[in-house]
Design a protein around this ligand. Sequence first.
Ligand code: ADP
Ligand code: ZN
Length: 191
Amino acid sequence: MHYIKNMGWIEVITGSMFSGKSEELIRRIKRARYGKKKIEVFKPRIDARYCRESVVSHNGDKITATNIENASEIKDFISQQVQVVAIDEIQFFDKEIVNICKDLADSGKRVIVAGLDMDFRGKPFGYTNLLMSMAEYVDKLQAICVVCGNPASRTQRLIEGKPATHSDPTILLGAKESYEARCRKCHEVPK
Ligand code: ADP
Ligand code: ZN
């Protein structure tokens, strides 16, 4: 990638669960650190009981992040010296995330965001799609389908081992549920 100079921009890393979004975000943050950039990393506080202060990849990589509840809190941590702003799990943020990313890029910062493009139903998730349309760079990653071994673009949700139905809520805290990477053909969403 040939990065733009003397100007801000937005990079979006998207795809299904297990596609390596967090891994790629962490890789980019580490590389920016080698470049001695001043970086701030954020992630949403989804569940107050489970307050993990890091961006963690499924391969065990992690990096310290500031947990925030609303996108508007990002502004409180950004000074003029900050050059790179990285945000994970963008699908969980309110609409304000779009304006904030735009303002940060307009003010000359490199904004790197990672998040799911689709929910378990295969429908657009949060404002990821809007950010994709505004971004200078978009990388859509794929995992490997655990059923057939093809590239996987979807996230399969299982509740008690069975495919979650269309009407099951997107966020269900405390239920015995799990997620798998699956391709278009193997992805199941019963009505
Ligand atoms: P994401 O942020 O997109 O959910 P992560 O960066 O957290 O992805 O995890 C990517 C890692 O997940 C891979 O490097 C691999 O070690 C692991 N992994 C587990 N299941 C799969 C799968 N079905 N396809 C690809 N990678 C998988
Ligand atoms: Zn498949």
